[in-house]
Every structure is written in C-alpha cells, then in structure tokens.
Design a protein around this ligand. Structure first.
Ligand code: ADP
Ligand code: ASP
Ligand code: MG
Length: 417
C-alpha cells in the first residue's frame, strides 16, 4: 500500500467522458489498496475563459475578485470528479481550499503556499475515502480565495504530497512524460525516462510548461518523488530525480522556449553607478521581474544603452514605471518590442564541457537567426530572438545537440488541445 497524490491537468478533465476516464484511473489505484488524494485542474480552456471575462469587464480588475472568478474552474472539476468516483462505487469527497484549509499568503493571482491542513483528509484515508482537491486555489490570511499563478495546480499537487508525506506525486497530463523539448513542435523530441530536478527546474523556468517551475522547486526541497505521465495511456512516464540517479549524462538534455517575452531598450542613459539598480529597483517595486540584461557603452563613453527583458504581459506596466522615473534615469529614448522569444538549452553536462555556446550560436547563425540578447547560468544558455524564428531555432538546436530520435513522433500525446 502506498500513499499517492494524483494530479490531472486541464485536457485530462476537459469533458465529462474524460472525467469518467480519470475516475477509472483513480479507481485502479484505490483498488490496488493505495491511499489516494487527487488534485484537479479546471477543464481545458476554462481558466482562459474566466480570466477573459474578468478582463472584459475591466482590464484593471481587482486581483481579489479575479481570484474569486478564476478559482471557480477547479471547484467544478473537483465536484464532478467526486461524483464520477462515487458513480463507480468509490468513496470520494471534494475539499475546497478554504475547507481544508490550504493556506497561502495574500499575493492574489500569484499566491505562495504557507501550509496545508491535512488532518481531515488523513482521517478519511482510514475509511478508504479518496480526497478530491481543486488545484490552483488557496485561502489567504484574510480568508479570501487566492490562486497560485497559471499552471499552479502542479504546485498544489506537490505541496499536498509534501504535506501528506506521500510516497509519490503523479502528474497526469496530455503527453506521456518530459521530452527533450516540447513534442508538439518537435516531432523528433525524445522522452526522458529520468530527468534531474536541477534540469527540470531550469527547463520549466525557461518555458517548458509541462510542470510549473514552483512545483519542481517544491518537490526538490521536500524530496517528493515526482512523476509525469499520460492520463490517456497506461505506460511509464518520466521520473524527476536527484542528479546522481541519472545514468546517461548528456551535455545538453533539453531545449526550452518561452514565447511570452518582451524587450525594452533604454537608449543613452548615463554610464554611472546606480543606474542599473534604479531601473531594476523601480521595476521590482512594481513586482515586475527583469530577466535578461545587456549593457553597451556608447561611443563617447559617457552614456550606455540598457536592454533587458520582462514578461510580455508586464510590458505595458514596465513602460509606465520607467516613464515615471524618466527624469532620474535621463534616457534619450525608450524602445519596446513584444515580438521576441527566448530559446534555451539546458544540461548538467555544461558544468564540465565547453563549446556549448559555440555549437548553439553556430546552429542559429546557419539558419540566419540573429541573437539579440544572451544570458547564461551554470547549466543553461538562453538567447533572445525574433519570435518569428522560435520553432526553427528550437528544431535547429535540438538537432545540433544530437537530441533527435529516429521516431517520427507518432504516439506522443494523444489529445487535441
Ligand atoms: P496540463 O493541462 O496537464 O497541466 P500543460 O499544457 O500545462 O498540461 O503541460 C503539458 C504540455 O507541456 C504538453 O502538451 C506540451 O506541449 C508542453 N511541453 C512543453 N515542453 C515540454 C517538454 N519538454 N516535455 C513535455 N511536454 C512539454
Ligand atoms: N487552471 C489553471 C490554469 O489554467 C491552473 C492549472 O491548470 O494548473 O492555469
Ligand atoms: Mg499545466
């Protein structure tokens, strides 16, 4: 007997037939004698629809009310799955975030988890009851509903697994594991039997949305045994494991891309101490994260051009913030570009192997793709390019680092999203 948390994403609960199918998957674990807690996402497309309705009424919506609206998608699927389980004769009960409670801080729309009360769930495990918990939602210090940021159900599942000291957290999705890159854009992507926490963390934070970044960080910290697998086919998925459990080490294990980037250039700011701090500081005060940064000293040596990236959805606010401190920054011009994408190669082997940047830049140059900004970490190199070339760049890098399979990509994901 094991204690497991199973999480089902939006496509896995997209309609009633799929919810019934998921109930069957849960029942199999229950019949095997496992204690099961289930975390569900909203039906595919539902969160987008709910968010669009909030924006339609007012683009400057109140974040508290936004959370009230978008958290509702998961309430629906949690209740429906509990009904589907009961219909199969499984003892099941849904638990909304406030009922447990599943506590977060007060940062609406991107709240952080502070603690989960599992006593009610654990008491009912003893009676063989399955708990169905809506992902993505929490309850803040003021008892208001919060949400964890897009893709947050993965994080709900891992946090619940940690709180329950579960033996395993299974993330069921519409692909059968973690691939060397998004299998939907590279049919020759290869499924990884295992991926290290470090690489998965980097791939997720560089755009591989198969797992929300925070879920990976949480699993790493709490040593949750994490698995990604298909909800449609019963076959082994990908295990996220410690580095020393990886047998076959590649220099580059994966290629990730993020289309949600925007670039800002401040032309001709004074070249003196404190300028970068002021730029990044004023954006940070507005909760806007700056990612890639380059600085070029101008010809006369007294001014510099600063180029950096922010999330595309934050571009307008970032421009507003910087315009507000224009007098202090004394830039000549502010240029912004939302037609950019970030493409990254990730691999633990980069720590010891040289030449990755050379291979990467050569592969892009051979396709005529211009690199606008570069950033690196110990196990990753990212480049910012024109978004038009995103797929071409991802494919080129996948081939250049020897990640292509002979397989033509049949049988990877079985759903239409
Ligand atoms: P869910 O609704 O189940 O949470 P998501 O859409 O959030 O599913 O994540 C699954 C999707 O992640 C896949 O359909 C795939 O297109 C995408 N993806 C991006 N990068 C990868 C990768 N390296 N491996 C697998 N899937 C990836
Ligand atoms: N339903 C939420 C979203 O679409 C959370 C999730 O699916 O993980 O972002
Ligand atoms: Mg997801």
């Amino acid at each position: 007997m094991a204690r497991i948390v199973q999480k089902f994403g939006g496509t896995s609960v997209a309609d009633i037939a799929r919810i019934r199918h998921v109930a069957g998957v849960v029942k199999r674990a229950v019949d095997a004698g496992d204690e099961v807690a289930v975390v569900v996402s909203a039906m595919a497309g539902q969160t987008n629809q709910l968010a669009a309705w909030a924006r339609e009424i007012s683009p400057l919506f109140d974040a508290r009310e936004y959370d009230t609206v978008v958290a509702s998608g998961e309430q629906v699927t949690a209740g429906l799955l509990a009904i589907a389980l009961q219909d199969l004769g499984v003892n099941a009960r849904s638990w909304l975030a406030w009922q447990l409670p599943f506590r977060t801080d007060e940062m609406h729309s991107r709240a952080r988890i502070e603690g989960i009360e599992t006593a009610a769930i654990e008491a009912r495990f003893a009676d063989g009851q399955v708990a169905v918990v809506p992902g993505f939602q929490g309850v803040g210090p003021d008892h208001r509903v919060t949400t964890l940021g897009r893709g947050g159900s993965d994080t709900s599942a891992v946090a619940l697994a940690a709180a329950l000291r579960a033996d395993r957290c299974d993330i069921f999705t519409d692909v059968d594991g973690v691939y060397t890159t998004d299998p939907r854009i590279v049919p020759r992507a290869r499924k990884l039997a295992r991926v290290s926490f470090e690489e998965m963390l980097e791939m997720a934070s560089q755009g591989a949305k198969v797992l929300q970044t925070r879920s990976v960080a949480l699993a790493m910290r709490h040593r949750v045994r994490l698995q990604v697998l298909s909800s449609f086919e019963d076959r082994p998925g990908t295990l996220v494991v410690d580095e020393d459990e990886i047998v076959e080490q590649h220099v580059v294990s994966g290629v990730a891309y993020s289309p949600d980037e925007a670039k800002i250039t401040l032309v001709s700011v004074p070249d003196r101490p404190g300028i970068a701090a002021l730029i990044v500081g004023s954006l940070a005060d507005a909760a806007i994260n700056v990612d890639m940064i380059v600085q070029n000293v101008s010809e006369d040596g007294t001014t510099t051009d600063m180029t950096f990236t922010v999330g595309r959805s934050e571009l307008e606010r970032a421009v507003d913030v910087l315009t507000g401190v224009r007098d202090e920054l004394a830039f000549r011009e502010l240029r912004s570009d939302a037609n950019v994408a970030k493409v990254s190669v990730v691999g633990l082997g980069m720590r010891s192997q040289h030449g990755v940047a050379k291979t990467m830049f050569r592969a892009l140059a051979d396709r005529g793709i211009n690199i606008q900004v570069i950033s690196t970490s110990e196990i990753k190199i990212s480049v910012l390019i024109d978004s038009e070339y995103t797929e071409l760049a991802v494919r080129a890098l996948h081939t250049a680092f020897g990640l292509d399979t002979e397989d033509d990509g049949e049988n990877k994901g079985s759903s239409e999203t």
